[in-house]
Write a protein that binds this ligand. Structure first.
Ligand SMILES: *Cc1c(COP(=O)(O)O)cnc(C)c1O
Length: 494
């Protein structure tokens, strides 16, 4: 059992306000000639000096250090334990890539420095674009977009421009009902309505339904492959043909590339435009709201519409090219989030083609291992093997009045971050598990043991799961109350 990970000292921590006492401080300015600095009234015009601040905490330095250190220990991250959030690809990001992206040659560049001074960074951007095209089987790439959603927006802008140039402006985008919420949002931002494609019984796109809805007003079909259920859209070539025959473009949401690298290429499947999430597949830590990157790869047909400036190779030099008349223009300041691009390039170079293929194989093996170990204990709405993630639900546990929410809270008691729950929407009570390739078998076993223990508890003592989590500092929160009555002001300001 995994509880070994969470035994020991767990500190509770109260708000810092109301602690300490007047006059206590971390730094003593009382002598040594610093009196002027210590007193704002001597340094600033009267209008800028606050008379007093009621309730402002006055504490010593060690008290402050402990306060924030304890709070930081409340964080759960991929560095603490497995983080199986389906669709998010919370894998370990090798530290060497962090070291590479912090090299001064990258970090000390000024964005306005002339191209001649930035040859290394420009070469990296150029080469990374080529490598991503090789991995996806597409023709050219932009690395500007800051995330997957931003890549979708940029990709659909290119589709829109291409259609307008043809004199065939269209009005809507088709989306499977399992698609990620960013897909319809991007369609709307580009001025398209979205039409939902109901999935077939096997969780895949239903060709007859596609045939019925794909008309001459559809600019693009946005597919996710493998889709959000972790299933490969095996009819993708037929899907592409239906879409192309009626003048549309095939957009592929490539957020699940961790299941395909080195195995299948979007371009070979008939995809015209695809975004990738470098912060999922290619080694950038995410989840805390830090920067990401959502490069978009396109066919030769869509290449004239790529955002500018493009990094191009001219002889043995690299330069920024803005002279592209059909470009959709800039979608990000300068060259995008370059630190993320450096990590991705370092990751690809250190893995090599064989390493990327092995990562995919391990990601798929891990997900299927979990599915195989859990399928006696949890209902698996989609039969057969999946790719890099698997979807279970709470059907068996519902018989004992235990729900997906209770299972998720039970996992917290057992030392694991819960998987994605209640998504995709087409599966009732979904538990969507993506272990990623970086978990060893022992950790997968610990996770499965915890899940099986929960399934046993659901039968023997369902009430105990309703109480979960009990091993945490805070117990189950009233999420409905928090959502309806959010308290967003800090105690000090209100
Ligand atoms: C994560 C994800 C997105 C959105 O990507 P962001 O980088 O979070 O904007 C889109 N589609 C799928 C399938 C995803 O998993």
């Amino acid at each position: 059992m995994s509880t070994q990970y969470q035994r020991g000292l767990a500190f509770t921590e109260e708000e810092i306000f109301g602690r300490g006492s007047p006059g206590r401080s971390g730094v003593d300015f009382s002598d040594g000639g610093f009196e002027d600095i210590a007193d704002p009234a001597k340094m600033l015009p009267a209008g800028y000096v606050r008379g007093g601040l009621e309730g402002f905490p006055e504490l010593s330095e060690p008290e402050v250090v402990r306060h924030y250190t304890r709070l930081s220990q409340w964080n759960f991250g991929i560095d603490s334990n497995m983080y199986p959030l389906g669709s998010c690809t919370m894998k370990h990001n090798p530290r060497v890539n962090e070291a590479v992206c912090r090299l001064n040659g990258f970090t000390d560049l000024h964005p306005y420095q002339p191209d001649e001074d930035c040859q290394g960074t420009l070469k990296l951007i150029h080469d990374l674009g080529r490598w991503l095209c090789e991995i996806t089987g597409l023709h050219s790439a932009t690395l500007q977009p800051a995330a997957g959603a931003h890549g979708e927006f940029a990709g659909l802008l290119m589709v829109r421009s291409a259609l307008q140039k043809r004199g065939d402006a269209r009005s809507k985008v088709l989306l499977p009902d399992s698609s990620h919420g960013t897909n319809p949002a991007s369609a709307a931002l580009c001025g398209y309505g979205s039409v939902t494609l109901k999935s077939g019984a096997n969780g895949k796109i239903d060709l007859a339904e596609l045939d019925r809805l794909m008309d001459e007003q559809v600019a693009a079909l946005m597919v996710t492959n493998p889709n959000t259920l972790g299933i490969f859209e095996s009819d993708i070539v037929k899907i592409a043909k239906i879409v192309h025959d009626r003048g549309g473009f095939l957009y592929c949401d490539g957020a699940n590339l961790s299941a395909l690298m080195g195995k299948g290429r979007f371009g070979d499947m008939g995809v015209d435009v695809a975004h990738l999430n470098l912060h999922k597949t290619f080694s950038t830590p995410h989840g805390g709201g830090g920067p990401g990157a959502g490069p978009v790869c396109v066919t030769e047909e869509l290449t004239p519409f790529l955002p500018t400036p493009m990094v191009v190779k001219d002889g043995d030099k690299y330069k920024l090219d803005s002279g592209r008349p059909h470009s959709v223009g800039r979608v990000h300041g300068f060259n995008g989030n370059v630190g993320v691009l450096v990590r991705a390039a370092a990751y690809i170079l250190s893995m090599g083609p064989e390493g990327l293929r092995e990562a995919t194989e391990a990601a798929v093996l891990n997900a299927n291992y979990i599915k195989a170990r859990l399928k006696e204990h949890y209902h698996t709405p989609i039969e057969g093997n999946s790719l890099h993630e698997c979807v279970l639900n709470d059907k068996y546990q519902n018989e004992h009045d235990v729900t997906t929410m209770d299972i998720a809270k039970g996992l917290i008691d057992r030392g694991f971050h819960p998987p994605t729950i209640y998504f995709p929407l087409i599966v009732r009570g979904a538990l969507m598990i993506e272990p990623t390739e970086t978990e060893p078998k022992e950790t997968l076993d610990d996770f499965c043991d915890a899940m099986i223990d929960i399934a046993e508890k659901a039968k023997a003592d369902p009430e105990s799961l309703k109480q979960a989590p009990v091993n945490t500092i805070r117990r189950r929160l009233d999420e409905a109350h928090a959502a309806r009555n959010p308290e967003l002001r800090c105690t000090l300001c209100s």
